[in-house]
Design a protein around this ligand. Sequence first.
Ligand SMILES: *[C@@H]1O[C@H](CO)[C@@H](O)[C@H](O)[C@H]1NC(C)=O
Ligand SMILES: *[C@@H]1O[C@H](CO)[C@@H](O)[C@H](O)[C@H]1NC(C)=O
Ligand SMILES: *[C@@H]1O[C@H](CO)[C@@H](O)[C@H](O)[C@H]1NC(C)=O
Length: 496
Amino acid sequence: MSGVLGLLGVAVVLLGLLTGRDAIFSTDGLTTQILKPVRATADEVGLIFIPDRFIKGEQYTQTARAIQEASELRVWVALTGSYLLNVADSQQVARSAREAIQKLKNAGMKSRNYVGVGHGIGGHYLQEYARKSALKAVILLGSSLPRDTQLRDFPTPVLTLAAELDGLTRITRVAEEYAKLADDVLWNVLLGIYRTPVILLEGVNHAQFASGLMPPHVSLGDLAPNVTEEQAHLKVGEYVNHFLTATFSSEDSHIEQALRNLTAAFFQCVVKLQPFLVIKSLDTDGEESLWTILAQEHFAAEYGPRVGTYNMVLENPMFFTKQPTSFFAGDVLVLGTATLIHAEDKPNPLQNQMVKESPQELNMKLVSKDAMWKALASKNDTTLRSEANTCASLNRLGLELALALSGKTARERYETRGRPIIVEEDMMRTSNLVWAPTPLQMWEDEAGLHVKSVAMVTPITNFINAGAHYCKVMSPYRAMEWVNVDSLRPYSSQFN
Ligand SMILES: *[C@@H]1O[C@H](CO)[C@@H](O)[C@H](O)[C@H]1NC(C)=O
Ligand SMILES: *[C@@H]1O[C@H](CO)[C@@H](O)[C@H](O)[C@H]1NC(C)=O
Ligand SMILES: *[C@@H]1O[C@H](CO)[C@@H](O)[C@H](O)[C@H]1NC(C)=O
């Protein structure tokens, strides 16, 4: 009897060895490296790192160490790597996460608090896997949930830890995630701040979530950081710790401190990211374009006090045939303007990372200065006729708005390091048939980003379509995106 048990025991040990062996030299080539906790006793969590594409598992060692050091928790780490084709796709993530969990257990981890940590594209595939898995939480480094996923709908807590100078997951994309959080906070009071925080690390770039040599898509696309790698890792450690503590700690005093820190982080994000939402909302609220109303008022200039403007956002073919209108309501000249917005295509989530968030251009149909003068002079023959503003002046105004809404540091960075926006003279067109299909001209070179409006002004003596001023102009949000992101990248013809 005891002999049989003994044999069974040997078999179990052998099996253990075999499965252990399996995990080290797994047949599919995936590897997992375990970093043991630095604390002897505390609540346990196990972080399973999924690398960005073409980045090796061990390139997260220092980031992971910084988290272990920052935390009072007993933090285990599994660094997964050696993915086929150097991309951790969903199927491989599922296999490597299973292997990592097995190895964490084998190494002595007792709790089941497994947390996926994904960087860049790794974060994208991780969150797909995490929707139905043993993971209790997700941490996205320089990555985000998909656009159409609300934070509150994700099955586990998620930390979106973003970097201000990330050239791949751009700050304007992060602002979208912040907008979701702000919306959740409005409805669920504070819960979102702790369960699905969105945190922006100042001065950090995409590469600094890892260390070592970066693959070309990162080194070309990323922005120069304003903190050292060590400082970046310290920040990552602190905020990941606040999230882990809030989610997994059993020590009330630690949780309380973590919640306080997460609340502070949220309000820092309000300051940094709300201006992006403000400038974005100028383009349109879905029905009207405040930016177009500002543009018409800029054109009205000294007539401003005697005019009022409204706007309609239209699509073609409605926009194509629409004319700007004016009529008097009492002494006020009411100007009716129209706008067409060309949104940037946002194709698949993997290409998303380099895609601009702001619209490509706005097409505006405004009332010309001459037409305003003619109408106002008909009521008051001392009204002076004066020089009209150009569409180019609207591009300059858009840039001023963008600079005013960017933070002081971002403004200084743009002024000292960024390639400027260069506003070119308007390209004049004489017929709607030619104006309509000619896009706003924007091109990049060493000197900066050139912006050239396509304009058309019809004489007030015209029989049809008299006194219209058409402009294809830059969105102020595009200017803000340029100031905060694209201007900071050195020019590379390969990249454009
Ligand atoms: C950060 O920016 C400041 C001011 O722009 C500069 O003086 C400093 O050297 C930068 N630090 C790093 C680490 O790049
Ligand atoms: C967290 O809060 C403590 C105490 O208020 C503060 O000293 C610390 O700097 C905060 N950490 C972060 C990352 O904000
Ligand atoms: C008539 O136009 C002039 C010049 O624009 C202005 O100063 C004056 O106030 C206007 N008068 C009335 C009655 O609107």
